[in-house]
Write a protein that binds this ligand. Structure first.
Ligand SMILES: C[S@@+](CC[C@H](N)C(=O)[O-])C[C@H]1O[C@@H](n2cnc3c(N)ncnc32)[C@H](O)[C@@H]1O
Length: 303
């Protein structure tokens, strides 16, 4: 039998999305005992989203949204948030965040798995993986980015070869039960009942949501009247045996001197879909804009 070339995908305990059996590496693919086979794409990701689980032909973020998000994240606008997130995830992976709650976790996994659910084009996944590698060396977790958008996963896989990337739905993460020590969901879509089934006691979900002042200056330009929302409380977490164990608010300001980048910022958020041509023209007319960034990072741990 030919030895498959190494791929970050081979280290991940995937299951077959059709029958739930473990997937084993073959040359250029992963295959289950029932011979369901899934090809590894030329850019290095795998698609484990069978067509019957797709609610649309091209689910998730579009190619243009992915491009816009990449421009904004590459410009460094969200870097201060990424830095705080790395600390929070690092302490949850090592267990140092558990002392305060008296929980000790699920035992010392040799190389735990970090799953970034709804990873987009992979900016935070890659930041997290690099931070954990630098700090934890051989104890660093394996990292997996999951998104339902093939455009997002393709962009991520093309740029970051050391990380495993999969097209799949948060609702059916194709992983062995108990595998993800930490799931991150960053401005994403949490599916608490499904994650509660997948994770064991002591494993966690780290969620990032927009706070009330997030991009308020941009929203003031777009909307005639401004709605200020508190971040969601995630009743779904508590209803599914997760306990909120930590909460960190991150607020900072960035000035953007580039109208195209402001439009990209609009495109990558739900405001892009909601704003008409006139609102976009008002944004485009800005030579620069000082923006508030406001996010809340919460750690929920499975009881
Ligand atoms: C607002 S974006 C956030 C992307 C990334 N976490 C970030 O902050 O840059 C939400 C992402 O969730 C993905 N998504 C939407 N529904 C999903 C689902 N059911 N399962 C997995 N990903 C999903 C979208 O394709 C999109 O990339």
């Amino acid at each position: 039998m030919t030895t498959p070339p190494p791929s970050a995908l081979h280290a991940i305990p995937f299951i077959c999305p059709l029958d739930g059996l473990p997937l084993a590496p073959e040359v250029g693919s992963l295959i289950c005992a029932n011979r369901h086979s899934f090809d590894i794409s030329a850019s290095g990701y795998i698609n484990l989203l069978p067509v019957q689980y797709k609610k649309s032909r091209d689910p998730g973020d579009s190619k243009s949204m992915v491009t816009a998000r990449r421009q904004v994240l590459d410009a460094g606008l969200f870097d201060p948030l990424a830095d705080v997130l790395c600390e929070v995830v690092g302490s949850e992976i090592t267990g140092s965040g558990r002392e305060a709650t008296g929980q000790t976790g699920t035992g010392e996994d040799e190389q735990p798995l970090l799953v970034d659910a709804g990873c987009g084009e992979g900016f935070y996944t890659a930041r997290l993986a690099a931070h954990l590698q630098d700090n934890l060396k051989e104890r660093a977790p394996k990292a997996l980015g999951v998104d339902i958008s093939k455009w997002a996963v393709m962009a991520a896989a093309k740029r970051h070869k050391n990380i495993a990337w999969v097209v799949a739905s948060n609702k059916r993460l194709p992983l062995l039960q108990g595998a993800p020590k930490v799931i991150t969901s960053l401005f994403g879509f949490e599916t608490w009942p499904d994650w509660a089934q997948l994770q064991n006691a002591g494993q966690s979900v780290i969620v990032v949501d927009a706070g009330p002042r997030h991009l308020i200056e941009l929203r003031e330009i777009i909307y005639p009247t401004l709605q200020v929302h508190e971040p969601p409380v995630h009743e779904g977490a508590t209803a599914n045996s997760y306990e909120l164990v930590s909460e960190t608010s991150t607020r900072f300001e960035q000035t953007v001197h580039d109208a195209d980048l402001l439009i990209d910022l609009l495109e990558m958020t739900p405001h892009g879909r909601k704003s008409g041509a006139e609102a976009r023209d008002r944004v485009k007319a800005r030579e620069s804009l000082s923006l508030s960034f406001d996010a809340v990072i919460r750690t929920f741990r499975h009881r």
